[in-house]
Design a protein around this ligand. Sequence first.
Ligand code: C2E
Ligand code: MG
Ligand code: MG
Length: 907
Amino acid sequence: MFATPLAVSKYIDNDPYSYHQQRRKVVAVYLLALVAMIVIFGWLLSEQYKQEIIDAESRIIARANVVNEWAEGVFAQSGQALFGLTELIGMQGMPDANNSFMLQRTLDNLTVFVPLVDEIAILDPDGQVLLATQRGNRNGYINIGKTAFFNAFKQNGQRELMTPLYWSESEQQYYLYHGRRLESPTGEFAGVVLASITPRVFANALQQMHVYEGESIALVDSDSKLIARHPAPPEPLPIGMNITSSRASQKRARELARGEFAWSLTAVSPIDGQERLFRIQRVSDYPMLVVVGVNFRQTLAAWRQRAWILTLVMAVIALLGAWGARHYLNRLLLSYQLRQRIEEREQARAEAQVAAAAFETHLGILITDPQGIILRVNATYTRITGYREADLVGKYFRMFSSGLHSDAFYRRLWKRVMDTGHWEGELWSQRKNGEMFPEWLTISAVYSDDKTLTHYVATLNDISERKAAEQEIHQLAFYDPLTGLANRRLFIDRMGNALKELCRRQRCGALILIDIDNFKQINDTLGHYTGDQLLQGLARRMQQMLRDTDTLARLGADEFAVLIEGVDSCPEKTAQLAEKIAYKLLATLNEPIVVGEEHLRVSGSIGITVMENNEHSVDDYLQQVDMALFQAKISGRHRVCFFAPSMQTALLAHVKLESDVRLAQVEQQWQLHYQPQVNHHGTITSVEALLRWQHPERGLVSPGEFIPLLESTGLINDVGEWVLENACYQLARWSQQPLLSQLTISVNISPLQFRDEHFLERVQGVFTRTQAPLDRLKLEVTETLFVEARDDARDKMLALKAQGVRFSLDDFGTGYSSLAYLAHLPLDQLKIDQSFVHQVLDSPANAAIVESTIALAKSLNLEVIAEGVETNAQQTWLWAHGCHAYQGFLFGRSSTAEAIEQRLSRH
Ligand code: C2E
Ligand code: MG
Ligand code: MG
């Protein structure tokens, strides 16, 4: 009755004051009211029922009382008649010949005057009829002398007694006998007067009474035999019929036993079968009962009618209540539905707003119908593609393809959309102005609730910027920003791939490592910008020289690498080709290059290793080529070196050397030798202090081998101080000897040592300790000292110069310093590098350089000394070109101080 439509049940369930709760409440109230009503109406009806029963009962009680009194009256009449007769016999004596006539008449008269008495008889003490009414049949009285009835008079002294119905065989009918005891004047039992009453008397009397419908009045004897009944049953009156059921007779027996005189009971009448409420009342002490019954159905007819009406009313009220409750619930439901609809509408509006906002997003959105015909596009789509909505609506989505993808690609794309409802990926599209651009496209099929395809929604993201950024990131990650060449990372990656390929295709590869000689100096002297330009230029040149399949990379500042792949299956042939390429590269590098206003010429050192198999890793091959390059560098630069397994040994030796050199400093394994410097007469004017290492196993080790190590380990400061101190002590000692007092000592100072912040303090300490004549001390510095912090170097030089110390520029010509700036330095001497001196006769170019150097030095008031002079021809050439000081094997190798002293003392 109160079912909820399914559509709202979901919403209603979610409501805190849910419809279901309300409905439960209403139903509960309704049921409660219904129950209350039923209880009240039920109580009312039951009260009325009781009242009806009480009313009916009081009516039948009244009726029973009346009948009872009447019956008592009847018996009183017969009793009266018998009493009068007894009195008469008392006076007249028992009937005999004298008085029997008179008594006979009396008897007859009695039956006339007491009509209910049918007959009267006088019995003797033995129960024999002495006298009876005329119309009575004397023989009709059976001898009752032996009956309990008679004995009650005779033996028990009963004065008066009435029998229940008694069947008279002679009369063939029932009688009630009313007897009275006769006594002799002495009080002895003399007999009984007996009146017989026919039950018809009662029946006739009852017929006179008015009975309501359903009412019945009956008289029964103490054996429940019917005496009379009104209304008479349709059948002839069954007098003597036993009218009680066993249950009723049991009850009656009980009531009688208790001495009850009146009681009520409900039973079905055995006469007409109607259920009645009976009132049973005993007629005094007589064996007769008055039974008044009233039909139960009829008694309760009015009540039942009222009950029906009340039930009807109740049903109507229940129905009305139900209708009202339902009506209320319907209204409640309606209000819920209304609220839901309002909320749904609000939500839909909000969603629409969100959808509208979402539609105008940073993504381009295009919506088509199921056939792919464009329905809508958003502003971003227009902004990205240049097509306005008006250009697009009604057209096929596919017509804007860039043409860069094959038909098969689009077929696959749409097949995927059909199969899965979705596709996303990157593709090229065309803007209205014809420009191609990469986009990230997502196509989604939209289905209705019944799974029908309704739309396609395509979202596109212009990823050209992202692509460019990715490209840039890729470029930054894998390419050198300066030269645009592959960087170390990409190179290593390519090497890894090359190794895999190598194994697969059985072809060797080659790895070439190129280092620009002295690039740092270029960078430092000409500036980083020039250095960068130079690198770019060199990269360009090398790139042009190489094949496309070769990978050229910049691994470090001035370090380039070339990976040559898949050359030949034979390692030797690969090595030959790699060597050819390496020399070509060297030649390319060596060509002069114009950077800004400078014409630069650089050289390079190249290491090569052949990648034969993939037993070695990328790192191994890189290490090999590094060693080869190292070898090329230490072999005097501008050369090509192949990796050889022996290099590995050399490297190990290098590592050992480093630990040895540390030990040497601890154990002071140093020695100082001196090499003479002579004037054009061959007279020793000065000596150069050259450090020697007395190695415990290797003997004397050349400084060329360990000076770089001292520099890289930082030991150069301590060792340098040791050299200076020893040289100064030597100078101080020689100054005491007249023969040697004019000798000058040149001491090599490493740029690193010179740049040390405590350099001046240390030097000052040495000077104080040794007390050497500083005007005969010369410090040899190299050009690299001035490439960085030139002013600092200059200041330090000036500070020392102030104490008389002089300066010589060692190895001049190997650096890149222009002579112009030498004028600004507090130099006293230029030392032409031995590499130039060695070639002075063979190379006109070198000769020209040396010649101009000497001229320039003179113009700057600098002394010039040539080192590495080994031949007289060299000395002659130098003398001819204005260099008048020399150092070299021609004039003596380095030796101990004592040897120098001996040599000088010999002269
Ligand atoms: P350097 O200062 O140019 O010294 C001259 C080098 O040339 C010395 O080599 C010397 O033995 C060598 N030499 C001299 N005359 C000739 C010649 O006619 N022919 C040839 N082929 N060589 C000649 P050494 O002693 O091996 O020293 C090498 C370098 O080690 C020196 O070059 C110098 O730069 C450095 N050095 C030596 N001792 C010291 C030192 O105490 N301190 C510092 N910082 N460096 C030192
Ligand atoms: Mg030197
Ligand atoms: Mg030198």
